[in-house]
Design a binder for this molecule. Structure first.
Ligand code: ACO
Length: 425
């Protein structure tokens, strides 16, 4: 119940399947003439969704009801993508049909190579990826002889398959190396590794442990309900633009260092600590200093106020992969020291700041040989099934509306236009 100027309004409560409660204010403006203020949408639910459940206090993450720990242990990235988009785990036939579709759509139009050749050599791959995805609409328009549903399914397959091909292509073209084409004989993840690292002088040998680590890496990034980039996809999608444009908006949002760009920022921070002699104390002090903008990258999360469950799995992957590859990464030692100190420090404890998915993910990627400027691209490939499933859900949502937040104006009141010759007098 809400009382405004002595008048009482009933505000219905919406209850989710996990008992989450929300006050429904959808009629508030119409009934009261008032809007709500919620900078950063900290308290605002933008939709009902049946895709991903998170409990930030308990550190729970489930996709379509299945805990992330089980998906990381038993599933593949392609199967998790199917689950997110279709709502159920696939049968063996459905999975092989889906994999065949991804294979069928794995090549990119040869003319798209021209784009890469004209980008400045120092362009960030996230900027390139975002514009390439928008360009895909021109290369892959709607098929006139197919139904809307068929077109949507083909677009999903094109995006999931080609984003991976484009990423590997851009890496090799940027180095002036030969482009390796995808193969129908390889799995999704093995294909990516082969396209990235195969060379005419040193053929890439597929290592199943690295393939497994990549599957888990992408499963851990596959969806995270209404985060910044997913909200961007839904917001841009609400104007009913084509899916390529909506996904491109998601990629742009993900690029930011407070979101997906944090995986690159973490490694840069760890490297800086390493270069300065390895003492983490001055960096912890800076993160706590109110007058310093520095933040401990890979720490903190808008929803998780306990340990991010993905960070735990990522840490296990780091140890497994480094021991398999017999690598000793000094940045891992620094990361572990940072975590150990931060978890005991009253600033981090009181602010409920724990490692998030990005804290250990860069060390996994380094071990695989992925260059640092491709880290956020790796995140984008992983998050793509989430963006697609959220976009699809929004398309079918009976409550769907064009996203259009309101504001409280705090500028000047009405005043007269002053001719230029009379200004400044
Ligand atoms: N280091 C130091 N202090 C921090 C950090 C951090 N990493 N994160 C938050 N804080 C502090 C803030 O200074 C603020 O302190 P105050 O209340 O004393 O002023 C308080 O914690 C709350 O900070 P907000 O920015 O309001 O918290 P919010 O929930 O909006 O931020 C965010 C979440 C943006 C992720 C933040 O924790 C951060 O910047 N982390 C570092 C970047 C990062 O790792 N991003 C990846 C997130 S996961 C993902 O997107 C995939």
């Amino acid at each position: 119940m809400l009382i405004v100027d002595g008048k009482t309004y009933e505000l219905p409560i919406i209850i989710g399947t996990e008992g989450e409660r929300a006050i429904d204010i959808s009629r508030l403006l119409k009934d009261t003439g008032l809007i709500t203020m919620d900078p950063g949408f900290v308290n605002t639910g933008s939709c009902r969704s049946a895709i991903t459940f998170m409990d930030g206090d308990k550190g729970i993450l489930r996709h379509r009801g299945i805990p992330i720990e089980q998906l990381a242990e038993h599933s593949s990235f392609v199967e998790t993508a199917y689950l997110l988009i279709n709502g159920e785990l696939p049968t063996p036939e459905e999975l092989s049909k889906f994999s065949a579709m991804l294979n069928e759509h794995s090549l990119v139009h040869e003319d798209m190579r021209a784009f890469f050749e004209h980008y400045p050599s120092r362009a960030h791959p996230m900027g390139i990826l975002s514009s390439m995805v928008t360009a895909m609409r021109a290369f892959y328009p709607t098929l006139k002889d197919r139904s809307q549903e068929e077109n949507i399914t083909i677009t999903f397959a094109r995006l999931i398959s080609k984003l991976r091909t484009l990423a590997a292509m851009s890496y090799n073209i940027s180095r002036g190396h030969k482009v390796t084409y995808p193969s129908h004989q390889l799995s999704y993840c093995a294909n990516f590794l082969k396209m990235m690292f195969d060379s005419p002088v040193r053929p890439y040998v597929i290592d199943e442990d690295i393939v497994r680590a990549l599957n888990v890496f992408w499963i851990l990034h596959a969806d995270h309900e209404q985060n910044c980039s997913t909200s961007a996809v839904r917001l841009v999608g609400s104007a009913r633009v084509n899916l390529y444009a909506a996904i491109s908006a998601g990629i742009s949002a993900l690029w930011g260092p407070l979101h997906g760009g944090a995986n690159q920022a973490v490694i840069e921070m760890l490297q800086e600590i390493y270069n300065s002699g390895g003492d983490v104390a001055p960096f912890i002090a800076r993160a706590k200093d109110k007058n310093d903008e520095f933040r401990l990258m890979g720490f903190g999360h808008r929803v998780y106020k306990s340990y991010d469950p993905r960070a735990k799995i990522m840490e296990e992957i780091v140890h497994r992969l480094l021991s398999k590859l017999q690598l000793n990464d000094p940045l891992l030692d620094i990361a572990k020291r940072l975590e150990e100190i931060a978890l005991k420090d009253s600033y981090f404890v009181d602010h409920k700041l724990y490692p998030n998915v990005d804290f250990y993910s860069g060390i996994v990627l380094r071990a695989m040989g992925i260059p640092i400027n491709m880290f956020t691209v790796m995140f984008a490939i992983g998050r793509l099934p989430g963006w697609i499933s959220q976009w699809k859900e929004s398309l079918d949502d009976p409550d769907w509306k064009l996203h259009r937040p309101r504001q409280i104006y705090i500028g000047l009141n009405e005043r007269d236009y002053v001719p230029i010759e009379k200004r400044g007098k």
